[in-house]
Design a protein. Sequence first.
Length: 319
Amino acid sequence: MALPKAAGLLALSLALLCPLGGGSARAQEPAPHQEPAKVGGPPPTVVSPPSVAAGQGPDVEAVDVTLSPECRVPGSKLYTLARLGAVKAALKEKRPVRVLAIGASTMGLGSSATYPVKLETALERSLPDVDVVVESRGLQGEIASGAGERLRSMVAEVEPDLVIWQVGSHDALARVDLDAFGTALDETVQWIKGHEIDVVLVSPVYTASLASDDYYTSLVRKVQEVALREGVPLVQRYEAMRYLARRNDKGEGHLLGSQFRLNDLGLRCMAEHVTRAITLSLLQPDPASTGSAGRPALTLAPPKESAGTKLPATAPAGP
């Protein structure tokens, strides 16, 4: 194996070996105090529609200023959007929104640094008067084709409204066949949606050493393709991390060079990015309000085009 590729796989494997932050985020750190919702008042609303800062030149895309300064990424490099019907239903019924977070990003060092805690806090700040309960479950070492059965058990236990799945990192380490990976991911997403549960996919992490690895970048694009085909929101973690690394001109070390940054800054930005994709997806119109039916329409921000390929900006309205 070429040295740069080996170094990249080593960086990726180290990122996946942190202690697992399983369990309920609420059990680890209390959520910020909120005033109880008024009885008979309006349903909880979603705040923060898109807000961007002007770019520095004609070729500079504006970043989302709703994010922390160190986490700001242009929308096209951060997310694609789709409807979240189950979460909307929970909001209308004024009941807690239950979230199941699975995959490599449920890991962190210490309870205050875990991604689930940061995610729950970020979601409750973005969804006023809404109780959000984040349950994290690790799929440590699990590739997509083997995760289906375990995920089904987790869904039956947690009964979530939303599943957030960072997928692909372990498959990349195992060099899983790309078509087999895509098929397994498709089938599992379809199963979750078939049980009236929303799904948000999160692409694998970025490392400079793997940016030139054709297999790795093809796997990242495969996650994009599945999200587009299945009409589910996608958090483009790979693109977001690459943008932040290049913006700060510190290469891979900006987010992956130390355990502190990996588990504090990296996971905090991750929580903000996931929350932003969820918040904006909740602003997507319902099919009934537009007269359309079938698969939800994507997107406010298209995924980054790959070499020789451009993904369409919207998903087809029919099956």
